[in-house]
Design a protein around this ligand. Structure first.
Ligand SMILES: Nc1ncnc2c1ncn2[C@@H]1O[C@H](COP(=O)(O)OP(=O)(O)O)[C@@H](O)[C@H]1O
Ligand SMILES: N[C@@H](CC(=O)OP(=O)(O)O)C(=O)O
Length: 547
């Protein structure tokens, strides 16, 4: 664990790609400097995106990889795309540097940063053009390409901060895995898997070492922390910088991890899809994890494991409304003994929009005061509803000559071999229904079907969605399943699979993709409706002193 440079508490802030793309000036000239006053700050950056993540730098780099794999026929497209990535970053830098108060200051820093961006992009171009001749990139080479997005972002953010008097230093983590485990780890995928969560703890220690080297400068850490043996995108997936930020928080024992986004926090449903969705002041770590696994991509699903183990609260905040309270996700184990070691959140000043700073109360008294983990008060309604799209429903009926006791083993063995993750399962002795994510490659599905047909009859229904209702201790809420089913019945929505009980806090149903939005709205309207006055009294409500 890193020793604090001063007695100020550690705070880790992660900024998403679209937030950086849209509000870099505000983040660097207002939000970060204010928080840096009272904290030892660590900033974790994703790659810049413009308006949409789908057209952001990481997506463009993935496109570059695709062009490299197409061979030299795609040479011009590849060169143009790398140039576009370079120009996007130079524009961002220029826009910041040419703001009225900044013209003609720090020109050397500006010129050096322009040169650094150009050099990185030129190196990438040469590397990809060479790869085009072979027409193939290894998973590790792909990781090296992806790494550039976060590298450019941290170079630019550090330069912008430094140029306005908040000294900052980029911290690259693209070699962190070799530093932690040596190069041999890349040949030992199985060993890495065996390490499980411990793997991330070892990485966190290494990251702590790099952070310490920044001294009084704010570390601007790349959210990319490959190179993974099986590629970071395969092992962790898109959105990996949330996990990186969690490791930074663990490394320094941060008082809080903040993930800054373009939404106020976690809502009772996706606010883009359910107009009546309400912002939640708090959710438990388990609820947040379930929500992210089942479609509410607010934080990367692996993030919670890291910070829960270390008892660090996570706060989601909106870059467009820095003074908002956001949503706090408490590290919880359902065991009140786990509350006491959590250090109180220190006062956080947040006046970039003109509001004055207000103190927060210590976290432990906050939780006890509100009975959040107490035995008396429980949420009387589920917390949120979410939808996961692109789901296939696979039904397999076991052949008469297949022994029923080996049937499930065979089914799961085939899924494992084809690397298809299963979201939900319902079984009877000779039947199994599986809700799985649509494999990107249609040949994988065809292969799986053929393999299943060796021991059963198979029916695959495409275009399905999973609707999941999540709620802390929902199992104890008598009648909640009935309410969910009634809401769907009233909306005349057919249900293809129901799963309750596998997780104490979720009820999931498979519906046709065309019905998913209506199902979410029906459940939100009926089951998560605004509580009556009496229900409200029993429920956690943040006091004004929190804002
Ligand atoms: N329950 C939910 N609460 C809040 N946002 C949700 C929820 N479910 C889905 N979302 C969506 O997740 C997105 C996350 O915010 P955004 O800032 O766009 O992400 P990023 O940081 O990756 O750019 C929002 O666009 C929002 O519509
Ligand atoms: N830039 C990466 C990693 C990431 O975490 O992104 P974001 O924080 O913008 O979701 C991606 O696009 O997947």
């Amino acid at each position: 664990m890193v020793t604090a440079i001063t007695t100020k508490p550690w705070l880790v802030q992660k900024y998403g790609g679209t937030s950086l793309g849209k509000l870099l000036d505000n983040i660097c000239s207002s939000i970060i400097p204010q928080y840096a006053l009272g904290h030892n700050l660590i900033v974790v950056c994703s790659a810049f995106s413009g308006t949409l993540k789908a057209s952001g730098t990481t997506s463009l780099l993935l496109q570059c990889i695709a062009f490299a794999e197409l061979g030299i026929d795609a040479q011009k497209r590849l060169i143009d795309l790398v140039d576009l990535i370079r120009d996007n970053h130079l524009h961002v830098l220029e826009a910041f540097a040419s703001a009225p108060a900044r013209v003609a200051t720090h020109t050397k820093l500006y010129d050096d940063t322009v040169a650094a961006v150009q050099k990185e992009c030129e190196t990438l171009k040469r590397f990809l053009l060479a790869a085009q001749i072979v027409g193939e990139l290894s998973p590790r080479s792909k990781d090296r390409v992806i790494a550039l997005g976060e590298k450019l972002a941290s170079v630019i953010v550090a330069a912008c901060l430094t140029s306005i008097g908040t000294p900052a230093k980029p911290v690259f983590l693209d070699n962190i895995i070799s530093s932690a485990f040596g190069n041999s780890i890349h040949d030992q995928v199985a060993a890495l898997e065996r390490l499980g969560p411990k793997f991330y703890h070892v990485l966190a220690d290494q990251i702590g070492g790099q952070i310490r080297q920044c001294g009084q400068e704010i570390p601007i850490v790349t959210g990319f922390f490959g190179i993974m043996p099986d590629s970071l995108l395969q092992t962790v997936g898109r959105g990996y910088s949330d996990l990186c930020a969690a490791m930074c928080a663990v490394a320094v024992g941060a008082e809080e991890l903040q993930i800054w986004k373009e939404v106020d926090g976690i809502f009772t449903a996706d606010p883009r899809k359910v107009p009546s969705a309400r912002l939640l002041s708090t959710v438990t770590a388990e609820e947040a994890t379930e929500l992210t696994y089942y479609g509410s991509e607010v934080i990367h699903p692996l993030t919670m494991d890291q910070i829960s183990d270390a008892c660090i609260p996570l706060r989601l905040k909106n870059v467009f409304k820095p003074s908002g309270h956001g949503t706090i996700i408490y590290p919880s184990s359902g065991d009140s003994a786990s509350i006491s070691p959590i250090t109180p959140i220190s006062p956080i000043s947040d006046s970039s929009d003109g509001s004055s700073s207000r103190a927060t109360i210590p976290l432990s008294s906050f939780m006890l005061k509100n009975g959040y983990h107490g035995t008396q008060q429980e949420r009387r309604r589920p917390t949120a509803v979410t939808v996961k799209d692109d789901i296939l429903l696979i039904n397999v009926v076991c052949n008469r000559n297949t022994k029923s006791q080996g049937f499930l083993t065979q089914v799961f063995d085939r899924l494992e071999r084809n690397k298809i993750p299963v979201d939900l399962v319902a079984t009877s002795e000779r039947h199994v229904s599986l809700a799985v994510q649509s494999p990107g490659d249609p040949s994988t599905l065809l292969r799986l079907k053929e393999e299943f047909e060796r021991f059963g009859q198979v029916a695959i229904s495409p275009s399905m969605s999973i609707v999941t209702v999540v709620g802390h201790k929902m199992r104890n809420m008598t009648g909640v399943s009935n309410e969910i089913l009634s809401a769907l019945a009233s909306a005349q929505i057919s249900i293809y699979l129901i799963s309750q009980g596998a997780s104490k806090i979720n009820i999931s149903l498979v519906v046709g993709a065309d019905d998913a939005l209506a199902a979410m709205n029906a459940i939100h309207g009926e089951v998560l409706k605004i509580p009556t006055h009496r229900e409200q009294e029993n429920r956690f409500i943040p006091g004004p002193w929190l804002y």
